[in-house]
Design a protein around this ligand. Structure first.
Ligand code: ADP
Length: 458
């Protein structure tokens, strides 16, 4: 059975109250029933005391005195609150039977040695009966007194109480379910408002936010959480749009250049030398496009793959040396000197391939954005477990530093100096560092140089 939330709240509350009420009603019923039996048993006991007082016990025999009370109506008639008395000796021979018993007998157990009470029926009448052993001076049981009194009255009281409780139970639960249903409807109405509000939001109106309820309760919290989620979604949609704009822009430049070069070539016949120059220009642009596609692909893979990269112990000095050798022709061109001051026993825990890509990007940038004859220092801080790559290059202004790791971001220094690039390198570096829990930070001063810190996990 699939119930909606409102019905579920109403049902669960009703079940909880139903159980509590059931326990309460059962307790009420048993308390009343116990006290009514107690009352009957007390009456029987009082009657027994009178009977016993009028018995004379001589050795094993019982002598009865006729007492005036036995002439009363209750001992003679069946109809009005009858009291039945029967006395038997230890052999089961009947010594006395009240007139109202007529030809009926009270049931008894001859072996009974203590007071017992039970319910019985005499001539279609419900009675409560008590059986008491008669004990002589030598502590021997010489007979039994059996006394029964009508319990019709208390039976009807109990029966009526049972009916009233059952009826009250059904009525109480029905009323309770209806009340709970309306209370639940009222309680979840703000959730309905949230559902209506949220269902109207799509990517064309993603800046719309859900109204926050006045009460600072769980629903207020839920609306706040949905709004925060919308903030993140809006930011991510905007980023995606910006990414498409930036990527198209980056692609347009080389494509336009290729198209222009080819169109110029087609206008008239050229010498073989001129063709070679133009084809080389086209090749440079296609290289640019190809490296852009490679980097975009890398970025897409990194962002979709959150799997933890397999780490190993890597000797940092050796790794940096390998990268320096890769870029030796460019650094020589710019007359830059790269000083690898890392201790030879310095070992870091990282993924070999990913660390190589990080270092490659950072060292290449330190060369690209350096001044002629500028030095590059690679140092190790053993206290903070950090690699420091410092260049004495053109630097980045303070205002631009926070955007450095954004995709396609290129600081003013790179645009004016016509250094080749597309602004994807550092965002790839940031993703690679995040994947390996390496904390990357940057400090820079315009005209003086830039420092990248890579803090490895301990
Ligand atoms: P690209 O170098 O392809 O432009 P990056 O993502 O590697 O892209 O770098 C982003 C920008 O950060 C660069 O365009 C440049 O403006 C700035 N930058 C990066 N490294 C340095 C550095 N060592 N010195 C000065 N500027 C830098």
């Amino acid at each position: 059975m699939k119930l909606n939330f409102k019905n579920r709240i109403a049902l669960f509350n009703t079940i909880a109250v139903a159980l509590t009420a059931f326990i309460a009603f059962v307790i009420i019923y048993f308390v009343v029933s116990y006290s009514s039996y107690k009352h009957l048993d007390d009456d029987i006991k009082a009657e027994k005391r009178i009977v016993i007082r009028n018995l004379k016990l001589e050795d094993d025999s019982i002598i009865l005195f006729k007492i005036p009370e036995w002439e009363e109506n209750e001992h003679k008639q069946m109809e009005v609150n009858p009291t039945f008395i029967q006395i038997v000796n230890s052999n089961g021979i009947q010594l006395f039977k009240s007139d109202n018993l007529q030809k009926n007998q009270l049931s008894y157990n001859l072996k009974n040695n203590k007071t017992t009470y039970k319910n019985a029926i005499i001539d279609h009448q419900k009675i409560r009966q008590g059986q008491f052993p008669i004990i002589n001076a030598t502590n021997k049981i010489i007979g039994q007194v059996i006394i029964g009194i009508s319990q019709e009255e208390s039976f009807y009281v109990l029966h009526n109480l049972f009916l009233v409780l059952c009826f009250a139970y059904v009525v109480l639960l029905s009323i309770l379910f209806i009340i709970m249903y309306f209370v639940a409807s009222k309680a979840i109405s703000p959730i309905h408002q949230l559902i209506t509000g949220a269902s109207k939001i799509n990517d064309s109106n993603i800046s719309v936010r859900l109204p926050l309820p006045e009460n600072k309760d769980e629903i207020h919290q839920l609306a706040g959480t949905i709004n925060e989620l919308l903030n993140r979604l809006e930011f991510s949609i905007q980023q995606q749009k910006q990414f498409i704009i930036d990527a198209s822009h980056e692609m347009r430049t080389p494509v336009t250049a290729i198209k222009g070069t080819l169109e110029v070539l087609l206008r008239k016949k050229r010498t073989a030398e001129q063709y070679e120059i133009k084809i080389n220009e086209v090749l440079t642009q296609t290289d640019r496009l190809s490296s852009l596609f490679d980097q975009l692909l890398q970025l897409a893979r990194l962002e979709s793959d959150n799997s933890i990269a397999k780490k190993e112990g890597i000797f940092l000095k050796e790794k940096i040396e390998k990268i320096i050798q890769l870029h030796v022709s460019i650094s020589n061109l710019n007359k830059n000197k790269i000083l690898n001051n890392i201790p030879s026993d310095c070992k870091v825990s990282a993924n070999d391939l990913l660390l190589e890509r990080i270092l490659d990007n950072l060292i290449l940038n330190a060369i690209k954005y350096n001044k002629p004859y500028g030095n590059i220092f690679c140092d190790w801080n053993s206290v903070s477990n950090s690699l420091i790559i410092r260049d004495g290059g053109i630097g980045i202004s303070k205002e631009q530093l926070p955007f450095l790791f954004n995709r396609f971001y290129r600081a003013d220094n790179s645009r004016s100096s016509e250094i080749q690039g597309n602004g994807l390198g550092l965002s790839i570096v940031k993703n690679l560092c995040d994947l390996q829990n390496i904390k990357i930070t940057v400090e820079s001063e315009e005209g003086k140089g830039t420092v990248f810190f890579l803090q490895f996990p301990a």
